[in-house]
Ligand binder design. Structure first.
Ligand code: AOF
Ligand code: ZN
Length: 364
């Protein structure tokens, strides 16, 4: 039984992933209805923000009576009236006898109340199946609900000795096309990509997602004094939202001269740079619930220093630059002891074509 539940929950997670890039700020959810022989009757997932919940889509696509059937879902069925009526009510109404849920919903509007409702109606409820995988799937939603802050991942591509560019800022190309394709997939998964003015000036990246059926993330540029030329690729008016965070003392005439497709937001400063703690709060209130930072050494350092980073994704190419003046992916800390290091936990490692991809989480 346990083995079958795990198999179905993994399938729920794959279904849920189809909603990546489209459901924010809501969670990724997949649901499967099945009978006592584990025959799948129907499937559903949350497809886009404001759309039907996964459970409702699974119920809607079932062509038969659901009395006495079971439903498996990676998140507790909801109990509240939101954009749609409660899924728990729908499950009760359809006579489903068993609910297998991966995770208790961290949303305070639900938080156990869905399960309680189901149990009170005499439905058997099993929780905690593939809990780790379910937590990982909705890491962004969970961080948003608990901390009311965006989930932030630093992405970097380095040589074996941790360099992102030579001393003359030559950085093309450290990792290969397979790694760069992975980055394109990541851009689809985050609400926004963020970088600093110096990276835009030196690399002129476009920060778009160029894969089929995927969408561009919002582009966020940290530009304290508005020095980035408006001809830069990130400012392309391709219909994607572009947000520039600038210092609170940037003169209004400079702001007025900016192209109309760019949202300029004034931010408080700290040590003459954008105060990232404040910036992140402003961005969260602007609807940015997850950020992929594709920045240089200084911005990465500030994100880490302010304890804003949740995750690091490092693509490492089997190359050695070996030059002390080359640029590392994070620079500027003054630390004398190993005990002062930031400690991370490795989540996964993957060998790509020529490179490796290491995903790690910052400790709380
Ligand atoms: C989803 N999709 O498949 C499930 C969700 O804004 P609403 O009314 O759509 O409600 C969103 C909340 O519903 C969400 O925060 C989560 O707590 C719960 N479950 N949400 O968007 C789903 N099952
Ligand atoms: Zn629901």
């Amino acid at each position: 039984m346990e083995k079958e539940y795990k198999r179905l929950m993994k399938r729920c997670i794959s279904l849920a992933k189809k909603g990546m890039g489209r459901v924010s700020p809501n969670p990724l959810v997949g649901a499967i209805i099945f009978d006592d022989d584990f025959r799948i009757i129907s499937e559903g997932y949350h497809q886009y923000y404001g759309g039907n919940h996964a459970e409702r889509n699974a119920v809607l696509s079932a062509g038969e009576d659901l009395k006495g059937k079971s439903i498996i879902v990676n998140l507790e069925p909801c109990s509240h009236y939101g954009k749609t009526p409660p899924c728990a009510d729908l499950i009760i109404e359809k006579g489903i006898k068993r609910v297998i849920a991966g995770l208790i919903d961290p949303n305070p509007k639900v938080a156990g109340k869905g399960i309680e409702k189901l149990k009170n109606a005499g439905i058997e409820v099993i929780t905690g199946v593939c809990e780790e995988e379910c937590l990982q799937l909705n890491k962004i939603f969970i961080k948003n609900q608990i901390k009311k802050a965006p989930y932030i991942t630093i992405k970097t591509a380095t040589t074996l000795d941790g360099k992102i560019a030579s001393s003359s800022y030559n950085s093309k190309w450290i990792t290969d096309e397979v790694s760069r394709n992975e980055v394109q997939k990541l851009r689809n998964q985050y609400d926004a990509v963020l970088t600093g003015s110096s990276t835009v000036i030196k690399d002129n990246p476009s920060l778009t997602c160029r894969l089929k059926n995927m969408r561009n993330p919002v582009r966020i540029i940290l530009d304290t004094r508005l020095t980035v030329p408006f001809s830069s690729k990130v400012y392309n008016d391709d219909g994607t939202r572009v947000i520039v965070l600038t210092g609170e003392n940037t003169p209004s005439n400079k702001i007025k001269a900016c192209p109309k497709n760019i949202e300029i937001v004034k931010c408080p400063l700290k040590d003459n740079k954008i105060n990232l703690n404040e910036a992140v709060k402003i961005l969260y209130d602007m609807g940015i619930k997850s950020i992929l930072a594709e920045a240089g050494a200084q911005v990465n350092k500030s994100i880490i220093e302010e304890k804003l980073a949740d995750e690091l994704i490092q693509f490492i190419a089997p190359k050695i630059l070996g030059d002390k003046s080359a640029v590392s992916f994070v620079e500027g800390f003054r630390r004398n002891k190993i005990a002062e290091c930031n400690n991370l936990n490795i989540v996964s490692t993957k060998v790509l074509k020529n490179d490796i991809m290491i995903v790690s989480r910052f400790s709380e």
